[in-house]
Design a protein around this ligand. Structure first.
Ligand code: TXA
Ligand code: MG
Length: 349
């Protein structure tokens, strides 16, 4: 079982750093979700990450660096748009794709000529970057396709049984959702490959009206470009999750049913009208009563993980508006409803 390390205890911390220096993966906190980190430029270390996560090697890893300066070694070309974006949003939850140099192993990018890079803001991760002295690859610290961990304990549950030695405890993650992944295409356009903790509105404001922004929709194109963004991801292991865009459509089929083992999840309370609440749900979960999207986002993976181990059997999630963090929240719930090839039935049970 994995050892929990307190980063404030210098002996424990040095133990974790030594393991990283040897090239072994260690779970570290970031401001988005916990990551399974190891030296990004060492193939043997990358192979260990893939093995621990049980992740197919066609799904590339994000490289974490201290600053825009550190990208020079990794990238053949840094465009003005790259500079504008990382000057504004690094350190923080933005991942940018760059044309890679030969220093970056093909295993890291799954053979792509593009490498994904971000600079995390979490003090513990940054301290690791400083002391290990090399870029660190870090996917979310969950088994492939499972719910991303937003606490040290969740990471221990995910990867302890898979043989990870050390999990550094940095408390609950601030954002609770992964970074936004962006590819710059041409001089003045960019594509959002994964919606995430940095809102598209904030990106638009930074790049200005002239820049064309597109959001890659789910489907084959995205799977090839960003293979980890397969339709089904984040699925609870033991429960069925229904992502409901328009509750009125399914309402009639639920009236009179025994919903005692069913939970209703809504992001904000104003999405749930009284007629929905009157049903005999086993549980109702509102992610943020006060309508605070930061609070709601931070709870998405936590609630999914908790419900997965609860006595509830089915989970109904109401879609929220596709704006700000709502876009990433909807994205995660939607993928969680598409369990490994089994689509949610058109009509609920
Ligand atoms: O917030 C985050 O980004 C977290 C923390 C730990 O930094 N990391 C994370 O990594 O979410 P991961 O591996 O769970 O998700 C990375 C996503 C995957 O969907 C992967 O396919 C995509 O980014 N990706 C990575 N490298 C890529 C590349 N070279 N080209 C296209 N997509 C890439
Ligand atoms: Mg992940």
């Amino acid at each position: 079982m994995a050892v929990l390390v307190d980063p404030k205890d210098i002996y424990q911390w040095n133990f974790a750093v030594d393991i990283l220096k040897k090239g072994e993966p260690v779970v570290l906190p970031t401001e988005t979700v916990y990551g399974l980190a190891a030296p990004a430029l060492r193939e043997d270390s990358l192979a260990k990450i893939f093995h621990i996560k049980d992740r197919p090697t066609f799904d590339p890893l994000i490289v974490h660096v201290l600053s825009g300066e550190s990208v020079k070694d990794l990238s053949l070309e840094i465009t003005p748009l790259h500079r504008r974006l990382y000057s504004k949003f690094w350190p923080g939850p933005l991942t940018l794709l760059f044309k890679k140099t030969d220093k970056v192993p093909d295993l890291c990018t799954s053979g792509s000529e593009w490498v994904a890079v971000r600079s995390p803001s979490h003090v513990v991760f940054r301290r690791a970057l400083e002391q290990v002295g090399v870029p660190l690859a870090a996917p979310s610290a969950n088994r492939f396709g499972r719910i991303s961990p937003t606490s040290a304990l969740a990471a221990v549950q995910e990867l302890g049984p898979r043989g990870v030695e050390v999990v550094v405890d940095g408390g609950d993650c601030f954002w609770g959702l992964e970074s936004t992944v962006v590819k710059i295409v041409g001089d003045n356009s960019l594509e959002v490959l994964r919606p995430g903790a940095l809102s598209i509105e904030a990106i638009m404001e930074c790049v200005g009206d002239d820049c064309k922004i597109s959001v890659r929709e789910e489907g084959h194109g995205m799977q090839m470009e960003s293979p980890g963004l397969t339709e089904s991801h984040y699925a609870p292991e033991n429960k069925k999750l229904f992502f409901v865009e328009n509750f009125d459509e399914v309402f009639a089929s639920l009236v009179g049913r025994d919903l005692q083992k069913t939970v209703l999840v809504a992001v904000y309370s104003d999405l749930v009208s009284q007629k929905y609440l009157k049903l005999n749900w086993g549980r109702v979960e509102i992610l943020s009563e006060s309508g605070n999207d930061l609070e709601a986002a931070a709870k998405v993976f936590r609630i999914l993980r908790e419900l997965d181990h609860s006595e509830m059997q089915d989970i109904f999630v109401l879609k929220c508006a596709d704006k700000g963090l709502g876009r990433a929240i909807n994205d995660r719930f939607k993928r969680a409803s598409q369990k490994f090839g089994i689509k949610s039935p058109a009509s609920p049970p």
